[in-house]
Structures are given as C-alpha cells and as structure tokens.
Ligand binder design. Structure first.
Ligand SMILES: NC(=O)c1ccc[n+]([C@@H]2O[C@H](COP(=O)([O-])OP(=O)(O)OC[C@H]3O[C@@H](n4cnc5c(N)ncnc54)[C@H](O)[C@@H]3O)[C@@H](O)[C@H]2O)c1
Length: 322
C-alpha cells in the first residue's frame, strides 16, 4: 500500500515509517517538524520513502498529503498533557479539528484505511484497581490531551459505514530508543535520571500504568494495516501486553537492579493521581495475533547501554522533550 504517516518525523512515527518500508509498503511521511527533522535522515536512503513538510491544519497541505494514498496512519499531534496544557487552542486545532479534516480529505481522495493513534490515558482513573480495563471500559479523560483523543475516537467510530475504514489504537505509555528520542516518557526519563544523577524524586509511586516498547508500537501499526479489513474496520485495540502494567515503584526497582551504582530515591507521597490505570491487552493478542517482542526490562537495558556509551550528546536537551 501507499501509506501516509502523519507525524512521521516523531518518536513513534519515525519507527512506523521504517517498519512499513521494511514490509514493502511505500511511505509518505508528513510532518511540520516541531522537534526537527533529524529522525528522517536515515529514511531518505530508502527507495520507498518520501517526505512532505506541512501542517495538518492547512487544507492545501492535507490535500497534497493524501493524493494517491491507500491508507493513513495518523500520529501527528501535540503530544502529552504538559504540551497540550501550554496552548489549549493550538492543541484543539491540531489534535481534534485537523484530525477530522484529515479523515475527510483521505476519504475524498479514495483512501481505504485510517489508523488513528489514541492513548490508554483515555481510561483515566480505574474504578476497580483489581481489574485491568479493556476496550469496553468507560473512558474518563482527565486532561485536554486525552479529551481531544476521545473526541476523535468518537467521531471515527461513527464513520464505519464509509468507504474508508477507521481503526483506533490506544497505545500504552511508550518507552525505548527511537531516531527522534524522547526523554520525557516515564521509563526513559527515570532511567536517564538515575543513570546520570544517581537520584530521582518520584511522585505517587503506587500508581499504575501500562508500558510498551516503541518498536512494538510500530509493529502493531503494521499488523493492523496488513490485517483483513473485517478484523479491524471500526474497531478499537489497546496496544501493549497485560503483563507490562507497573507502578512507578516497580519501574524504579527494575532500573535500580539494572544499574551498577547505588542510587537515591526521594519519595513524595501522593494520595490522588487521576491517571491510575491497569490495562488489559488480550484483544489485540487474540484477534490480531500481536505479541510484544520487548519488555520494560529490555528497554531499560537498551537505554543504559546507549547512555553509558555516549550515544546521546545531551540527553537533557530540549529536543528530547515535548
Ligand atoms: N509516546 C507515547 O507514549 C504515546 C502514548 C500514547 C499515544 N501516543 C500517540 O502517538 C502519536 C505519536 O506520538 P510521539 O510520541 O511520536 O510524539 P512526537 O511529538 O514525537 O510526534 C508527533 C509529531 O507530530 C508532528 N506534528 C505536530 N503538530 C503537527 C501539525 N500541525 N502538522 C503536522 N505535523 C505535526 C510533530 O512535528 C511530531 O513530529 C501521537 O498521536 C500520540 O498522541 C503516544
């Protein structure tokens, strides 16, 4: 297929482009390069790759982007609670309004598939901590970021009668190394801080989240695009593995065990975290045969290896956070 990857220069997108190219799809990455375009340099040598710089808020840019495209993977967004809180109107325009326009532009251009990157943050706070939530659970967004994702999901899931078939993927919190490295994601950030400073302040260490390696997210996107449309049309899949739900305390324990030196943890007690959720990932495994290939322990080892060998010139640089 000829696939448009919006946000193709991003943390997840740059690996999605690679994954699709390596399974013989033709990829057009589209991105406004908010965090620069370094992640694209390794893609230019690929025969089946092209790039279009543009803004998904521009109708002209969208129409150029979707021309001749069979499928869209929509990743472009203002990503994360802090980034969205900084400029609410921009976040609504990019994450919500522009996503709807992109869907219409893709439909009018004759695309058949539309894969939307959503988030497990949509689940908000669990009502019953003993039971991980699955795709049927009520969504309780507690940030503007999650609200914009829920709004787009709801729009898309009412569109399944169209010639273009939407699929919603709710990613767990992502970790691991990507060509556009992010050190503002929990596993990456905690590992960096404990490696470099040997100390970390942690707020609310008892709260749960699910985690997934960035490479496995890219594989999940490819698996969805390659799946028969009957299995994915109008469907929602959580992307991760049920065994990879951890509290922050559990993550820290894993990182401490992987590091050679003593580290110090300052624990700040919190009784409330609106985002406290454990997620069930049975569906994607059962229906699409998706299995993760990396665990959080693997990701921590990979990060320590790269940090200790000086792979990142400055892991604290602004370009590594949203
Ligand atoms: N990283 C995670 O933990 C995580 C978890 C759940 C869901 N997601 C979703 O996955 C997707 C990718 O996230 P990421 O971690 O790669 O973030 P990222 O910030 O690295 O990538 C987003 C990309 O979108 C681009 N972009 C932003 N505004 C744009 C615009 N107006 N026009 C064109 N491009 C624009 C940016 O330049 C950037 O390259 C997002 O939709 C995000 O909500 C990520």
């Amino acid at each position: 297929m000829r696939v448009l990857v919006t946000g193709g220069a991003g943390y997840v997108g740059s690996l999605v482009c690679r994954e699709l190219i390596h399974s013989n799809h033709e990829v057009r990455a589209f991105d406004s390069l908010l965090h620069g375009g370094d992640a694209l340099t390794g893609l230019y040598p690929e025969d089946r790759f092209s790039f279009l710089a543009g803004d998904i808020r521009s109708a002209d840019d969208l129409n150029r982007a979707v021309k001749g495209i069979d499928a869209v993977v929509h990743l472009a967004a203002i990503v994360g609670d802090p980034a969205c809180a900084r400029d609410k109107s921009l976040s609504l325009d990019v994450n919500h309004t522009a996503a709807l326009h992109l869907f219409d532009a893709a439909k009018n251009a004759g695309s058949r598939r539309f894969v939307f990157a959503s988030t497990c943050s949509n689940y908000g706070r669990m009502t019953d901590p003993e039971h991980p939530v699955d795709e049927q659970a009520e969504l309780r967004p507690v940030s503007l970021y999650a609200e914009t994702k829920v709004a787009v999901e709801q729009f898309l899931l009412h569109q399944s009668h169209n010639s273009i078939e939407p699929t919603v993927l709710r990613f767990a919190t992502v970790y691991g190394i990507s060509p556009r490295m992010r050190f503002d994601l929990t596993v990456n950030e905690f590992t960096r801080d404990l490696f470099v400073h040997q100390k970390l302040t942690v707020f609310g260490e008892q709260f749960w989240r699910p985690y997934v390696h960035v490479r496995d997210v890219a594989r999940a996107v490819r698996i969805v695009l390659d799946a028969p449309s009957d299995l994915v049309r109008g469907q929602v899949f959580n992307v991760g593995d049920t065994r990879e739900n951890y509290t922050k305390a559990m993550l820290i324990d894993k990182i401490q065990r992987a590091l050679p030196n003593e580290t110090r943890i300052d624990r700040v007690h919190r009784t409330e975290d609106p985002r406290d959720y454990r997620v069930d990932f049975t569906r994607i495994k059962r229906e699409l045969n998706f299995e993760i290939t990396r665990t959080v322990d693997d990701g921590i080892r990979e990060l320590i290896d790269a940090l200790s060998q000086g792979v990142f010139t400055d892991p604290f640089a602004d370009k590594h956070r949203n």
